[in-house]
Design a protein around this ligand. Sequence first.
Ligand SMILES: Cc1cc2nc3c(=O)[nH]c(=O)nc-3n(C[C@H](O)[C@H](O)[C@H](O)COP(=O)(O)O)c2cc1C
Length: 186
Amino acid sequence: MKILIVYSTSEGQTAKIADVVSGWLRERGHHVATVDSTLTDENTEAYGFDAFILAGSVHFAKYQESLVKFAKRQAAILQRHPSAFLSVCGAASSQNEASQAEARSYIGTFISRTGWIPTVFLSVAGAVKYTKYNWLIKPVMKSINQKKGGPTDTTRDHELTDWVALKRFIDDFCDRLVEVPQRVSA
Ligand SMILES: Cc1cc2nc3c(=O)[nH]c(=O)nc-3n(C[C@H](O)[C@H](O)[C@H](O)COP(=O)(O)O)c2cc1C
């Protein structure tokens, strides 16, 4: 099947996730195109694909505007095909109910802003990339992580993505793609 992955990223973790996911899909024999949402515009055609995966990261409770715009413009076509949304955020890294609810609320807001209801969706823990933050963001992120029990060593980056859970989700999504109605022979 032909699968289009459209992702948006600010510090690179969602780009890495899109890349890893496209590798898994190829291993299963799918043809995959992976596109950065900032390279899409009102002239972008999403026709010719059998399934879609969108992935975006959350900053200050919002996804990158280019991904929101892509999903909004292509909502009708996305809706007619199997589709998945990967929401990459810090809140997904914590198991406590408040954080999980926060992670879910980002997806709810995305759906209501874009009008696209993905077939399946997942909150994915991203990364804390201290080496990429500027002098202003670094102490803010450290303080948030101190409060939430996240990583506080600012001398390096910390990947929080649960690759096993993500692989399971993508495998389940792929299994749905190959499900074909059983023909009853006479
Ligand atoms: C400035 C900044 C703001 C963030 N705001 C949120 C937020 O509101 N909620 C959340 O769950 N995670 C938040 N995060 C965590 C990011 O979603 C996480 O680091 C993610 O891995 C970023 O993905 P990316 O590298 O693809 O941009 C924030 C991170 C940064 C650096």
